[in-house]
Design a protein. Sequence first.
Length: 134
Amino acid sequence: AAVTGIGKAGEAVASGTRSVATVVYVNGDLKVEHPFSVPTVWLAAGLALRKAGFDEVKGTYDALSGGLTARTRERVEITLKMRSVESRATELRIRVGTKGDLKTAELISGLIQRELPAPAAAAPASSAAQEEKR
């Protein structure tokens, strides 16, 4: 998702939200809610950071929370924190540097977005259910 503006209380307005529920930039953290489990978001984030060429990508996760750290070429620390907010939703917080960097955090968010699966489409009725109607 691309942040297209900042509203009241630092709330960011997002566009192109393929599978993002909410995007907010507060106190140096870009907060993005994804409709996926923590392990799914963690794996996508790690893959995105590695593909982008960030250094020292490492972290841990479980079913309820996770975290990743990495460094830019300039040795600026990138911190990603994840926590489960619903059974199938994860809040991802991205901070670049000590004070935060919206532009770089937004770039990282977009890279992660590309690695996430497409949102599930409505499942068609099963063939067994269709045959029962005949």
